[in-house]
Design a binder for this molecule. Structure first.
Ligand code: ADP
Length: 476
């Protein structure tokens, strides 16, 4: 028996080695997906290189037309693809529908940005010279995407790379390859030439090794954990392959007494619980100024208790299953560690009896800074809260992390907004905004949260080389 086919060089290819994909809410098998051997990944890279030689020569407008056709098809199949996301990932369906919308928006935005890969001319310093700066696509791109946003984090890599004139091979996470395979059907139906976009599934280590060691793979773009990012950095040293890395986060949220408390609670609800709290920009440490601490806590606990945990396909569900039982185990250990160090568990924190990967959302108050949840990413619906006194104190706490992906601030003071934007060490700072990521604005981390930026014009720059053309012997 062969598995669900992969999309390789314009064809749908099945193999007899497979990996199984399960519904995260019911545990039922959804599909057995074909997997590749390393030699087949090498062939995909050669095919991508062949396709690159003509894709890069098309006009940017033409490449943009294909991206728009992919987005149109994605939206036409929105409901069906959203339910694939919910089943293989677990998030509530309304959020999966949103993920399809945002993915289409990325494609539309980069279909236009393709035309704006501007170069420049630089005034000459010698009479007989002229200088042009042009942007050229970097070549074949190896993309590795995670399971927490199985569609949008893949499209965030694919859209700008294709717009820039690169060809792309993507390896989706083994927990969630089906969303990317559905996207490949949209690419196929839009008529993108063979080899421009391909999907490989198989051993992450082998695919990573092929991407980093194969000289035809000219760029690797990765979203995932910091340890795997570090492995890729080490491996890419052999070929000096450039990397864009979007790694872990440990976002602080700072709620100042001058904020509107209900709006602040709403901001924290979104920043904490969106995507079943399995987001690298999820709120991990919630710092509330002492004079409003109890009032904030009361309202936040009330809102958290009202969240409904269940199957993401049920329209009532606010929080679906976590990716696996281990995710719940880690969260329970973080809660135990915090309470052992003096924190108060205000609500939730219970594994739902018959389902090993469902956890009721937990608010933990008075969490000391040395608790493990204040240092390590939770990736689960647990919300550690503690109070602070002064702005200086809380900024030093917020920045005391090896991560620097996102930070959130709730305040009504305009001066403070600017001060926070400048002093917090994070690539994205949401001020009274719990969902700050957008197609047109750069996204990425400082410190051990990664290298480079996705989205915005920076997101396309990641796939472009800057070339200087120096023209000598000009006779004007
Ligand atoms: P998470 O499980 O938090 O998403 P991972 O870093 O484990 O983070 O996984 C992110 C992606 O990286 C997935 O597609 C996974 O299969 C892939 N991956 C895991 N280990 C490696 C590796 N050694 N080399 C390349 N990719 C890897």
């Amino acid at each position: 028996m062969t598995g669900k086919p992969l999309y390789l060089n314009g064809k749908w290819v099945s193999t007899s080695d497979t990996l199984s994909v399960y519904d995260k809410a019911t545990g039922e098998l959804i599909s057995d997906v074909s997997t590749l051997k390393r030699s087949q990944v090498a062939t995909a890279i050669s095919d991508a290189h062949e396709a690159y030689l003509s894709w890069r020569d098309r006009t940017a407008k033409n490449r943009g037309d294909y991206l728009r056709a992919c987005a149109d098809e994605l939206l036409r199949r929105k409901k069906e693809i959203a339910s694939i996301i919910t089943k293989e990932n677990g998030k509530p369906l309304a959020q999966s529908l949103g993920e399809v919308d945002v993915s289409a928006d990325h494609l539309y935005w980069y279909s236009e940005e393709a035309r704006r890969a501007y170069g420049r001319t630089i005034p000459h310093q010698m009479d007989n010279k002229r200088h042009l700066i042009i942007k050229s696509p970097i070549g074949v791109v190896g993309a590795i995407s995670p399971w927490n946003f199985p569609l949008v984090l893949a499209v965030r890599k694919i859209a700008p790379a294709l717009a820039a004139g690169c060809t792309v091979i993507i390896k989706p996470a083994s927990y969630t390859p089906l969303s990317v395979l559905a996207f490949a059907e949209c690419v196929d139906s839009s008529g993108v030439p063979a080899g421009v976009f391909q999907v490989v599934v198989g051993s992450a280590k082998e695919i990573g090794a092929e991407f980093t060691e194969n000289h035809l793979c000219r760029k690797i773009t990765f979203t995932g954990s910091t340890p795997v990012g570090q492995d890729l950095i080490r491996a890419a040293a052999q070929t000096v392959t450039p990397l864009s890395l979007e790694l872990g986060g440990h976002a602080p949220v700072i709620v100042f007494a001058d904020s509107n408390i209900e709006l602040a609670v709403e901001t924290v609800m979104v920043a904490k619980y969106r995507n079943n709290s399995q987001s690298c920009i999820a709120a991990n440490r919630i710092f509330v100024q002492d004079s409003i601490y109890e009032t904030f806590l009361e309202s936040f606990v009330k809102r958290t208790k009202a969240l409904k945990v269940g199957n993401g396909m049920d329209s009532e569900t606010d929080i679906g299953p976590l990716v696996d039982g281990n995710a719940v185990k880690n969260a329970l250990e973080q809660i135990d560690d915090a309470t052992a160090k003096g924190a108060r568990l205000m609500c939730g924190g219970l594994r739902l009896n018959d389902k090993e990967n469902f956890l009721s959302p937990a608010v933990i108050a008075d969490v000391p800074l040395n608790a493990s949840c204040m240092k390590e990413e939770s990736f689960a619906p647990i919300a550690p809260v503690c109070s602070f006194r002064t702005e200086d104190e809380v900024v030093s706490w917020a920045n005391d992390s090896m991560f620097g992906l996102a930070a959130y601030v709730c305040t009504g003071d305009l001066n403070r907004m600017f001060r926070m934007g400048e002093s917090l060490e994070a690539g994205t700072i949401g001020i009274n905004d719990g969902a700050p990521t957008a197609s047109h604005c750069p996204f990425g981390g400082t410190k051990q949260s990664g290298w480079g930026r996705e989205l915005g014009s920076e997101g396309m720059d990641a796939f472009l080389e800057t070339k200087h053309i120096s023209i000598g012997a000009v006779h004007l």
